[in-house]
Design a protein around this ligand. Structure first.
Ligand code: ADP
Length: 419
């Protein structure tokens, strides 16, 4: 085991894991800190927490527990993965968690770099851009839980941190890893413990990964991870495995369960329906009225599964969702749908489904819990940030897609990729 990653949410964990696998590291994702010390065999282990929006003290406690587990598992370097839009509340949690990890590792310096150029997230002079816009002009301004109203990450991180926050400017990154390490030394001498690092292209991320080779901790989005496998290979720690992404063929039936109401998922469901493929719609009102909706969905799917993949979906347009929420309350509607889809997923697997696509972050969480899955081996990428995964030790492949990922043909494309 080489790299231990602590991710602050579930789909973010899958994103960074997918990045490592693409570059030849055998990677396993753990859902929460395992209860025992038995670590699966892999080059990198990623612990998925749900710590992005919890109170800072709780995020620190959970992250330290993950760190200790990864240390016992033998990790040589650690990576705190957060969102490429630096999602955090004004009270944290990126600064407090990063500083606590540094202290626990007896380390005095780490970079902070959310850049992910492939997805349009770049950092220049400490400012985060989403495509052509500053973070503070992007849709993140109005995020319900983590509104980001300042694109200056040095300022944002400083407000969350005890020690001084610095900057590694792009001209230094462009000069290469040695120049960057020189800058690290200067910053350290000035008492800086965390430094925002500029990166506007993958080449910059590779330089940063190389410059951080001797540091115990990296804090970043998933981008910096793309440079790590070659650094480990150069050190003789890793022989990149061309088959790192290969998962076994599992056979069985295939199905899709969709509880996301995002624009992308709505397009994906529409695409499936327009292709004339079998689909059963879950009606939240029928659920609230106590109708046996899950059983009906299963009956529908079971009749078709021997011949073709079936979709069970609650996905609805924003207007429909609003109307249902007005009638039932947003929380109750969401919980009813999640519970139903989780039950449907579990009974589909019981009925012989071995390849399952799930759309929706919260929905994926509920499904994975209902299936009793705690460990996922990461396979090939379907769309940026979404890989196929295998429930460790079981003949069950899962593609867990967060809302806005994937093109319109995502469901059929995903299913065509595995046997
Ligand atoms: P995303 O990744 O797109 O945010 P999530 O699964 O995280 O998707 O969240 C979608 C939420 O909307 C879930 O709580 C789900 O149960 C709920 N939901 C899904 N369909 C409906 C619907 N038709 N009416 C109301 N709520 C719904």
């Amino acid at each position: 085991m080489i790299l231990g990653v602590i991710a602050d949410d579930f789909t973010g964990a899958t994103d960074v894991a997918s990045m490592l696998v693409r570059a030849g590291m055998r990677t396993v994702q753990l859902i929460g800190v395992p209860h025992d010390d038995a670590a699966p065999s892999a080059d990198a282990l990623v612990i998925a927490l749900k710590s992005r929006t919890v109170p800072a003290a709780q995020a620190v406690t959970e992250s330290l527990a993950a760190l200790r587990w990864l240390q016992r598992a033998g990790a040589r370097q650690f990576y705190f993965k957060y969102c490429s839009t630096f999602d955090s509340t004004p009270a944290g949690n990126i600064g407090p968690v990063a500083e606590a990890l540094l202290e626990a590792l007896d380390a005095d310096f780490a970079i902070a770099c959310p850049a992910f150029p492939e997805n349009g997230r770049t950092v220049f002079r400490g400012h985060l851009f989403v495509g052509d816009q500053l973070l503070s002009d992007s849709g993140m301004r109005d995020h319900p839980l983590t509104p980001m109203t300042d694109a200056n990450l040095v300022r944002v991180l400083q407000a969350q941190s005890r020690a001084a926050v610095g900057l590694v400017r792009h001209d230094i990154v462009a000069a290469g890893a040695e120049a960057v390490r020189g800058r690290f030394d200067e910053l350290r001498a000035d008492g800086v413990r965390l430094a925002v690092a500029d990166a506007i292209a993958d080449a910059d991320l590779r330089v940063l990964a190389e410059a951080c080779a001797g540091l115990p901790l990296i804090t970043a989005g998933s981008g910096v991870a793309l440079g790590l496998p070659s650094v480990y290979a150069a050190r003789g720690w890793l022989r990149p495995d061309a088959a790192a992404a290969s998962l076994p063929a599992v056979g069985g039936h295939a199905a899709v369960v969709s509880g996301s109401c995002s624009t992308a998922t709505n397009a994906q469901v529409r695409h499936w329906l327009e292709a004339g493929r079998p689909a059963f719609r879950i009606d939240a009102r029928a659920l609230a009225a106590g109708e046996p909706v899950a059983a009906q969905a299963l009956d529908f799917a079971a009749a078709r599964l021997p011949h073709e993949a079936a979709l069970v979906y609650a996905t609805a347009s924003p207007e429909d969702v609003k109307a249902v929420q007005a009638a039932l309350g947003a929380e109750r509607a969401g919980a009813l749908v999640e519970e139903c889809l989780a039950e449907v997923a579990a009974s589909l697997v019981h009925a012989g489904v071995r390849r399952l696509v799930v759309a929706g972050g919260e929905t994926s969480g509920a499904v994975v819990q209902a299936l009793g899955v705690r460990v996922l081996r990461i396979g090939a990428t379907i769309a940026p940030g979404v890989p196929w995964t295998q429930a460790e030790g079981r003949p069950l492949l899962l593609a867990l897609k967060s809302g806005n990922f994937g093109a319109a043909d995502f469901f059929s494309r995903a299913l065509a990729q595995v046997a």
